[in-house]
Design a protein around this ligand. Structure first.
Ligand SMILES: [Zn+2]
Length: 304
């Protein structure tokens, strides 16, 4: 069972359509839920995905366009009704903090949980750090300040070879230290090297969320060889001339970023309402980068 899953809740763009709702993604890591963008209707999509509000503790906004933000007042209101305690941290620019504080003060007073703001800037920085996961921002180029988010697992512990530990008489209280890489010294002074007691750890996994942005050839090395890259694919090549003017990318450009970063897979989305064939995005991207997943509402993409 995967411990790192990307849930696509909304993969439309500014203008909603009957097929797609505005931007929202939930990254599930070891049971914790991290929401990236919260377009209108996000809370309903969250429930349809059978995710639990009590597991949601961080929301990351990429930028302050309504199709990425307008779901927040509704979501916060529902959280207020659900009597969930604890805290929720919203990562956004200073302008977002000011606007959202005013909205929550008006519509969601006396919440039974704390809302914290982590004010971010359009620059590269680690903004979340836990023993198992770090999340960093990368600046993007859109029609107003925007960042992408890169989720990277910390190195995992080595796997214990229980038979070898028993054979060499390693006491149970030493197991965590052995998993962390320590050698074991027997009472007679003999040192048992760690590689005889453990197997290499599972590889770490990573996810990059890149929306909204023009095509940035210099972005690939800053993303690196992630296991899954979501990169906005607002347009097809037929509107390649419009894409930079409106601060967006084409499917082919997203594929170039995936290819140049060395990503394992590319997830599409943020589709312009002018198109009604999502597979066309996959066709264009696949001509450049082979491993393309068509984003759609309700899609669940495990990373391992
Ligand atoms: Zn935007």
């Amino acid at each position: 069972m995967s411990t790192f899953i990307v849930h696509t809740l909304g993969c439309g763009s500014a203008k909603p359509t009957p097929r797609h709702q505005p931007s929202c993604t939930v990254v599930e890591h070891r049971g914790n839920l991290f929401m990236v963008d919260c377009g209108e209707g996000a809370q309903l999509a969250f429930m349809r995905q059978r995710l639990h509000l009590s597991r949601l503790s961080h929301i990351f906004l990429t930028h302050l366009h309504g199709d990425h933000v307008f779901g927040l007042p509704g979501l916060i209101g529902t959280l207020g009704l659900s009597q969930i305690g604890g805290s929720l941290t919203i990562h956004t620019f200073e302008e977002g903090r000011i606007a959202l504080t005013s909205i929550f003060d008006t519509f969601s007073r006396n919440l039974p949980f704390e809302v914290h703001f982590n004010v971010i800037r359009p620059e590269e920085a680690v903004i979340y750090d836990s023993p198992s996961l770090s999340i960093r921002t990368v600046p993007l180029r859109h029609t107003l300040p925007a960042v992408g988010y890169i989720f990277e697992e910390k190195p995992r512990l080595r796997h214990l070879r229980r038979d070898m530990c028993d054979f060499h008489g390693v006491p149970v209280y030493m197991f965590n230290r052995i998993k962390a890489g320590e050698d074991f010294t027997r009472p007679d002074g003999t040192v048992i090297p760690n590689h005889l007691l453990t197997a290499p750890p599972s590889p770490t996994l990573s996810y990059a969320h890149i929306s909204d942005t023009v095509y940035m050839p210099d972005l690939a090395p800053r993303i690196g060889p992630v296991d899954l890259l979501f990169h906005e694919t607002t347009y097809l090549t037929d509107h390649a001339a419009d894409a930079p003017k409106r601060g967006h990318s084409t499917a082919a450009q997203a594929a170039m970023v995936a290819r140049d970063a060395g990503a394992k897979r590319l997830l599409t989305g943020h589709y312009s309402s002018r198109y009604d064939d999502d597979e066309a995005f996959v066709r264009e991207a696949s001509a450049i980068f082979p491993n393309v997943i068509a984003g759609r509402e309700g899609l669940r993409t495990p990373l391992d």
